[in-house]
Design a protein around this ligand. Structure first.
Ligand SMILES: [Zn+2]
Ligand SMILES: [Zn+2]
Ligand SMILES: [Zn+2]
Length: 257
C-alpha cells in the first residue's frame, strides 16, 4: 500500500498570496504546500482520497489521479471539504455514486454546505452535480473500502472532534492537538504516523512541531511525517533539526508501508 501526500499546507496554503516572507518567496518546491489531503493507493491500484481540499483539481492533475473508489473526510473545515464539488469528475469513470465516509457531524455539515448537491433543486439548470453516497462512521468501528480495512479514530482539534484513519501500517492524524486515550492505545508503536505539526508558535487547535514530536515519540511511532504546516516552517532548516525517524512531509511525498 502507498500513501501520497497531495498537500501538507495549512488552510491558507503556502506561499500565501501577497506574502513576502522568506518561505513564501523561497521558490523551493518543498516550501510550496497545497491544502492538506492525501491519497491511499491499495496494492491492487485502487485510490481512496482523504479529504477534498480546495486544491483538489490541481492535486488530481499534478498527481494524475484518474479514478477514486471513495473519500474519507476528517472534518468539515473549509480547507478539508471545499473540493467536494470537484468530486463530480470522478463520477464520470463509474456508474454509481462515489462513497464518502465521515462522522455524523461532518456529514451534517457537508449536507448543509453543499445543499445544491444533496438536495438538488428540480429546476436546476447548471452543470452536472456530484453524485455522492454518504456513509456515517463511528470511531474505532472498522469498515472496508476496496478490501482495505480502515479504522477511524477520534482526535480533538481544540473543542472540535476530528476523525483520523488507520489503514494497514499507517495512521493519518491531521488537525489535532489532543489524542484521547483510546486513540493513543490504537496508535501505540504504529509503524507510520502522519501527524499535524502546524508551526513552532503555540496554537489553540493544532499541535506545534515540538508537541507533535513529543507525541510521536511517546506513542513509539517508527516513522513520523508532519503535515498541515504554515509559512513559518522552512522545509530544509526545520526538517534538518528534527530527531531521527521524524520528518516534515512535502507535497508529492510517497510513503510505502
Ligand atoms: Zn509567507
Ligand atoms: Zn481544521
Ligand atoms: Zn485544516
Amino acid at each position: 500500500m502507498k500513501l501520497s501526500i497531495l498537500g501538507c499546507g495549512t488552510s491558507t496554503g503556502v506561499p500565501i498570496p501577497g506574502c513576502t516572507c522568506e518561505v513564501c518567496t523561497s521558490g523551493d518546491p518543498k516550501n510550496e504546500r497545497m491544502r492538506t489531503s492525501a491519497l491511499i493507493t491499495t496494492d491492487s491500484g485502487e485510490n481512496i482520497l482523504i479529504d477534498a481540499s480546495p486544491d483538489l483539481h490541481q492535486q488530481a492533475l499534478r498527481f494524475k489521479i484518474n479514478r477514486l473508489e471513495a473519500v474519507l473526510y476528517t472534518h468539515a473545515h473549509a480547507d478539508h471539504i471545499l473540493g467536494t464539488d470537484d468530486l463530480r469528475v470522478f463520477n464520470f469513470s463509474r456508474n454509481a455514486p462515489l462513497p464518502c465516509y465521515g462522522d455524523r457531524e461532518t456529514l451534517t455539515q457537508l449536507k448543509d454546505f453543499f445543499r445544491y448537491i444533496f438536495e438538488p433543486n428540480p429546476n436546476y439548470e447548471g452543470g452536472l452535480l456530484a453524485k455522492l453516497e454518504l456513509n456515517e462512521i463511528e470511531p474505532y468501528s472498522t469498515f472496508s473500502v476496496a478490501e482495505l480495512p480502515i479504522t477511524p479514530f477520534a482526535l480533538s482539534h481544540g473543542s472540535s472532534p476530528v476523525t483520523g484513519y488507520k489503514f494497514g501500517d499507517i495512521a493519518y492524524a491531521t488537525d489535532c492537538n489532543y489524542l484521547p486515550s483510546e486513540t493513543e492505545e490504537l496508535l501505540r508503536n504504529v509503524p507510520v504516523l502522519i501527524l499535524d505539526g502546524l508551526r513552532h508558535k503555540a496554537h489553540k487547535t493544532h499541535f506545534t512541531i515540538d508537541q507533535a514530536v513529543a507525541k510521536a515519540q511517546e506513542l513509539g511511532a517508527k516513522r513520523t511525517y508532519l503535515i498541515h504546516m504554515t509559512h513559518d516552517v522552512d522545509y530544509h532548516s526545520v526538517n534538518k533539526a528534527l530527531p531521527a525517524g521524524i520528518e516534515l512531509a512535502y507535497d508529492g511525498l510517497q510513503i510505502e508501508a
